[in-house]
Design a protein around this ligand. Structure first.
Ligand code: GLY
Length: 313
């Protein structure tokens, strides 16, 4: 039994491990762990308290993949629900679809009995406003919602780097089944409706019991363009050891360096429970717990540069 997570998963990893110790499945553990991160208002990159889009709306993305069946569920650009990971799980279990977005995802959440809630906290609003006021003239800010050309302002606000985030959980249960889950509020100040890698199976999330699993945090556009999570699992399928599979998936990002010189982080797990994580930033870490450990352990990620200028965010 093992759980591997991005370091902001610390608030949920012990609960996830308790689920496994009590005989729960990898899917139950991933959902339980991520829900606690989604409820943590201190985390400005996931769920409640996430930094909103350019118009001040918190839009959430999440996905979950079952490595036993290869079934997956995901939601994108979801507003007004605290636990996108649970709604993603319901998409996987209740619909003949993989991904729902926007108003359709919200309709489905209501249909499944999830409660609506305001996700914009005062603290997140302050951070959001501070940057808006620096980048956009006051006259424009007053009518931003009516502004027909938002794209220039998204670029302006996002010119200075922002330490983005997202949470990843990978779990392998006592039966050897693997599950991967990802949840995020995405890029702060994004264009409304922007969807990142987190709900895109193959980009930010992939799990297959036969080989392993991987999930990403960082600049989602990079993982989308390189199919990063699926690449790790495909390299495992091709017989590469875990550390080499992760390195190769990171090296694939080199080709994007001039277009997207951003941060990329991967957590990975192979079918035998070996784990590793990768980053193009120095001093990045991840956490894990096994059935034998009482506390989460922190380990360094393998540093794999992907370009000349690894901007944060
Ligand atoms: N990796 C999260 C995002 O780019 O939305």
């Amino acid at each position: 039994m093992i759980i591997v997570a991005s370091s902001n998963g610390k608030v949920g990893i012990s609960a996830a491990m308790r689920v496994l110790r009590n005989g729960g499945s990898a899917i139950d553990a991933v959902e339980a762990g991520i829900r606690l991160v989604e409820s943590n208002p201190q985390d400005k990159t996931v769920g409640l308290g996430g930094i909103p889009n350019l118009l001040g709306e918190v839009e959430l993305d999440a996905s979950i993949m079952d490595g036993q069946t290869l079934a997956a569920g995901a939601v994108g650009a979801l507003q007004g629900y605290e636990h996108p990971i649970s709604i993603a799980r319901k998409v996987m279990e209740e619909l003949p679809h993989v991904l729902l977005v926007g108003s359709g995802a919200e309709r489905f959440a209501a249909e499944m009995g999830f409660d609506r809630r305001e996700l914009l906290t005062e603290e997140a609003k302050e951070v959001w406003e501070e940057r808006l006021h620096k980048a956009i003239p006051e006259t424009m800010l007053a009518n931003l919602k009516e502004e027909p050309a938002l794209r220039q302002w998204v670029k302006r606000v996002r010119e200075s780097p922002w330490a983005g985030g997202t949470v990843n959980f990978l779990a392998q249960d006592a039966d050897g089944n693997i599950c991967a889950g990802v949840s995020t509020s995405g890029q702060g100040w994004k264009y409304p409706g922007r969807v990142g890698d987190s709900p895109l199976i193959g980009a930010g999330n992939y799990a297959d019991n036969r080989y392993g699993a991987a999930a990403c945090t960082g600049l989602g556009e990079m993982a989308i363009l390189a199919g990063t999570a699926r690449s790790v699992v495909l390299y495992l399928k091709m017989g590469l050891p875990l550390e080499e599979a992760g390195r190769q998936a990171m090296k694939d990002l080199h080709a994007l360096a001039s277009l997207y010189p951003g941060t990329m982080n991967i957590v990975a797990l192979d079918k035998d429970g070996r784990h590793a994580a990768f980053s193009n930033r120095e001093e990045a870490v991840y956490i894990y717990m096994t059935g034998e450990t009482d506390e989460p352990e922190e380990l360094p990620r393998v540093l794999v540069p992907t370009g000349e200028n690894n901007r944060r965010g």
